[in-house]
Design a protein around this ligand. Sequence first.
Ligand code: ATP
Ligand code: MG
Length: 450
Amino acid sequence: MAKAKAAVQFACTECGYSAGRWFGKCPGCDAFGTLVEEAAPSASGTAAGPRPVLRLVDVETAEAARIPTGVAELDRVLGGGLVPASLVLVGGEPGVGKSTLLLSALAAISRERRALLVTGEESVAQVKLRAERLGGAEAVEILAETELEAVCATLERERPAVCVIDSVQTLYSAGLGSAPGSVAQVREAAGRLLRVAKELGIATILVGHVTKDGSVAGPRVLEHLVDTVLQFEGDRYREHRVLRAVKNRFGSTNELGVFEMTGTGLTGVPDPSELFGRSAEGEVGAAVACALEGTRPLLLEIQALVAPSDLAMPRRVGTGVDPRRLAMIVAVLSRHAGVALGQADVFVNVAGGVRIDEPGADLAVALAIASAARGVPVRAATAAFGEVGLTGRLRPATQAERRLGECAKLGLRGVVVPEGTAAHGRIPVTEAASLRRAITAGLDASGGQG
Ligand SMILES: Nc1ncnc2c1ncn2[C@@H]1O[C@H](COP(=O)(O)OP(=O)(O)OP(=O)(O)O)[C@@H](O)[C@H]1O
Ligand SMILES: [Mg+2]
């Protein structure tokens, strides 16, 4: 492989792996058919001379105040507003509401500062329609342009305080041979905009599409390049959307913004605990799981129905849970926890159509079934996570700290966990060694039907 710089480079659109030849399967991330051709980087030309260096004490901080976006939940996730001259990447699945969210923010910003929307995906008229629905966006300036050079030149002339690029994948630089949305184009666009943002002090927000597995599409380099990466997720809790920071150079990544999609745009939900707690309060057969999606903890309501059956082989039907895992949990409940299910059909559903594939959700599934079987609700605002073993013993789930943090963040009142789970301090935990104990601890002793 000791070859001079190849004239043609191939790069993976998922992970950014680059190679001198094409592979059907990316050696970097094992994805199929993701390698695309990109123009080789031109040899760096001019020799640079030395530059003066500074001691930090001599650095003058003309640190301007943060720019409030007018959307309280967005401000919170950003760490208290937009930092001038920063570059923010907002990722999310199609239709989740990225354009809506950012147009509302621009509308509020435009009352005090110049706010520019560069739209490459929608026509000016389409944006106007949305603006009329949201209201208050009269002063937002708009540019329908996909040519990178033209966008940068316009930014240099107009110098808005805040600029939104919707989306970075539509930007196109004629200098590069590859198609819009390719790795090279996206990387070039982000790099160029980064320079413009830093030089001119424009807070720039890039909208980026996400791939099937939820990461921001295009090379991971984009995530390294920008100051802040926000993920906008949704459609899981009906009309609700969750915004979280994956990376933030100017604030914590533990903040969470919850929105509700309405006809007049996205409304912040300042108290998500109410939203997540409400579904389970006093309801028989519902439990809240704290599952990990990749590295991301997520609270999910799990519902169960236990109905008497005449079938020789009672049914165990799970939507969103692995059927083998469900059969195992039902067997352990019968054998070790005193929940007789031999003559009953068991149905389990994960609310919002989410799939859970990890054992950490076992305990909540078991609690939901036990609650349904006994007609006793799970304790109010209580989540559960942990792995159920075949012996009826519970095993701590991975990354307990993150899960407990998520439960605390969403304002739950307690968590039932296996013995040996590291305590967190911010939320009361009830430890249980066995599934039987966990059920006793998790079910509401006062709210039963007998
Ligand atoms: N009149 C309306 N009433 C209620 N909700 C609406 C209305 N119009 C649009 N929506 C919501 O807005 C969502 C689309 O929002 P938006 O265009 O901001 O998404 P996006 O993330 O920018 O999508 P894309 O990736 O396609 O650009 C729709 O999925 C829908 O839920
Ligand atoms: Mg959009």
